[in-house]
Design a protein around this ligand. Structure first.
Ligand code: NAD
Length: 257
């Protein structure tokens, strides 16, 4: 889809990090913004900054894991701005690193609720209107953890694989329907945001690792939307990680005994 001034972009988790980076890039291109985030203070300060810059912004405190909150978001957006042209299901959380079988139930529920159900609710709430309008683009934020496995990060890995699968299926279901609706699954590696600032997580990141900035990711997202690119792995070296897994699958599963 060609991105044009005046279109509406909705970003969940838009008050910080990658979400704020995408919103900033969209605003620079003249788009109107809908920011949805559960962090009300950060949301208000991000919205105030955009307003000072003359950007049209609707900021809606929202928990993406709450179906009724997502319905309220949809209704507000429909009433104030009409259809969403670009939907970024981006809000996400991490869980403590530990062996899969030792994760407490609350961690499973909390992370699945945000990372997987948040994306599902975003699709449920906003894609029907896109289909009706016959145009739009959906960007779902997964991770390289959705295309491979980070040891001791099982809940996160599972939810991000789910986001990849939801995106692939959405694309397949839309294809051939005569609409101009694209889908991108955003798979970042390390990006300089708060999600990595937890000391327990920071301690696990190898020294010398290269982090992208949210703006580097946002620029690639814009290009991917315009090319209707399904898979977007933003960090250098991602291809080697993907190939390692594919090679193993082909070696072990591609040769029936
Ligand atoms: N930073 C990285 O290295 C990295 C790498 C791969 C994938 N990601 C993914 O990128 C996305 C954005 O993360 P980030 O790195 O910008 O981190 P971040 O913590 O800066 O931003 C996440 C935002 O989501 C919001 N949020 C969390 N739970 C929410 C909920 N239930 N409802 C609404 N908003 C909620 C937070 O308040 C925050 O503003 C996440 O899905 C994350 O998994 C990040």
């Amino acid at each position: 889809m060609k991105i044009k001034a005046g279109q509406v972009a909705l970003v969940t988790g838009g008050a910080s990090g990658i979400g704020l980076g995408m919103a900033t890039r969209f605003a620079e291109l003249g788009l109107k913004l809908v920011l949805a985030d559960r962090d009300e203070d950060r949301l208000a300060s991000a919205a105030a900054q955009f307003e000072r810059e003359g950007v049209t912004v609707l900021a809606v405190p929202t928990d993406v894991s709450d179906p009724s909150g997502m319905e309220r978001l949809r209704d507000l957006v429909c009433e104030r701005l009409g259809t969403v042209d670009i939907l970024c299901n981006n809000a996400g959380v991490v869980s403590p690193f530990r062996p899969l079988w030792t994760n407490p139930l609350e961690d499973w529920q909390r992370v699945v609720d945000v990372n997987m159900w948040g994306v599902i609710h975003g699709i449920r709430m906003f894609v029907p209107a896109m289909v009706e309008a016959g145009r739009g683009h959906v960007v779902n934020t997964a991770s390289m953890a959705g295309l491979g496995v980070i040891p001791s990060n099982g809940i996160y890995n599972a939810t991000k694989h789910a986001v990849v699968s939801l995106s692939e299926t959405l694309r397949a279901d839309l294809d051939g329907g005569g609409h101009d609706i694209g889908v991108t699954v955003l798979c970042p590696g390390l990006v300089e945001t708060d999600i990595n600032s937890d000391p327990a997580i920071a301690a696990l990141i190898p020294e010398g690792s290269v982090f992208l900035k949210p703006d580097d990711v946002a620029r690639q997202v814009v290009a991917a939307i315009e090319r209707n690119q399904l898979y977007l792995a933003t960090n250098a070296g991602s291809d080697a990680l993907i190939r390692m897994r594919q090679d193993r699958v082909m070696q072990e599963a591609g040769q029936p005994l």
